[in-house]
Write a protein that binds this ligand. Sequence first.
Ligand code: KIV
Length: 312
Amino acid sequence: MCTGSIRQGGGALEDIVSVTPVGEPRQKITIASLREKKLQHQPITCLTAYDYASARLVDEAAIDIVLVGDTLAMTILGHPDTLSVTVDEMLHHTRAVRRGVKHALLVGDMPYGSYHASADDAVRNAVRFMKEGGAEVVKMEGGEKRADLIRRMIDAEIPMAGHIGLTPQSVNLMGGYKVQGKSLAAIEQLMRDAVALDRAGVAFLVLEGIPREVAAMITEEVTTPTIGIGAGPDCDGQVLVFHDILNLTFTPPAKFVRRYGDAAALITDAVHAFQENVVSHQYPADSESYHLSKETQQALETVLERKRGMRR
Ligand code: KIV
């Protein structure tokens, strides 16, 4: 990246990546504005982001919620699942995303193990997301059984989001990433989970990997906005993983993923072109090089000439 005084021909990063339409001041998204969107039947948009550049692009494209998801364990850190990412690793990325987000609601994701040992531990970790990461809402997986903990967090002035259905931190208990809520008993439990979290006061509720019909029932039942991922079109909003929509995951996409771009192809082409340009001496060109002024060049030649003369 070009920084400081050597940024000559190229523009500032702000000029290069800004996609905000001019003349349209955007409102800051808050928990209240999400509720309003639900009431007005205006779809809510949410994408994950894990670093400054992607956060800026997502925010400037008018996405409502930016989630620093624990999926960063897989998308960024290359782990096979979300279980091993730590609070410190999550915070490192949350801080970077914070610097890129101006208007969207910034949500931090409590990783596995950060809220399971005790309520005190959970509050302490969630507070870190707000104080150190700049998160405005903190998300936690689990339904009815988390309702008391979520109340405790909200009492500690931590706005909370819920996440039910296919909860990836329970992958080993679920026996894999399987669609949830397919039997009548499972549907009843999901409804209880949703209502318990709604009553506890969550800012929004992520519904992951459940049948469309069940997501529609939950969305109708709860006052909090529902944000679906693999939960059909009847939720109040939709969330997808940034790397999924851009083909950056190196795995076949799940049924619900729609690819909106092929960043893998774009990056591969650019990297190949750079590699070929360097080995064939086509990069850098003279126009991409810095030059001495004429006076300094002449002075240098005089010095070199003198040295050559002394050697003869
Ligand atoms: O961690 C994450 O990215 C998430 C979304 C998939 C909702 O929780």
